[in-house]
Design a protein around this ligand. Sequence first.
Ligand SMILES: [Mg+2]
Length: 157
Amino acid sequence: MIIFDIDLTLIQSIIDGKQVHINSRPYIKELFIYLNHYNIDYAFWSLGSIEYIKYVMNHLSEIIILKPFFILTKKDNLYIDLLSPIQIPIIKVNNIEIKKIYSLFPFYNNLTFENTILIDDNIHHILGNPSKNVYHIKPWCKEENHDRELEILLRRI
Ligand SMILES: [Mg+2]
């Protein structure tokens, strides 16, 4: 299972008054076409709110076919799965919310340390998990038109 962070990993959102503009990272289409084609399991895990992540997913669904296993968003002290009734307590370390991969295992029986990797730009989530279960991707902003990080990732899958 490949678990993707959303903000600055796959997209950058720009808030302009009440409007949210979502910019997609280069090679995002190629990445998900590949994952779908080879039936590679993937999911999303964000500290964004339910409303925000629904908005992002709707936007992305217009440009790519998405078949995630789960979509975790944040509400209060819980991760809320948009695709199931699952709610997972958030683990904090030194008062910082950390995406602990093991915290998902009791809720998704098919996940183990042997088959799960988190792709994230945030160093806290990277350092908070075993190194073999994380992939630290460079944070992306929309000015970086020639960014190839998702293509590089794709070649490693
Ligand atoms: Mg991020």
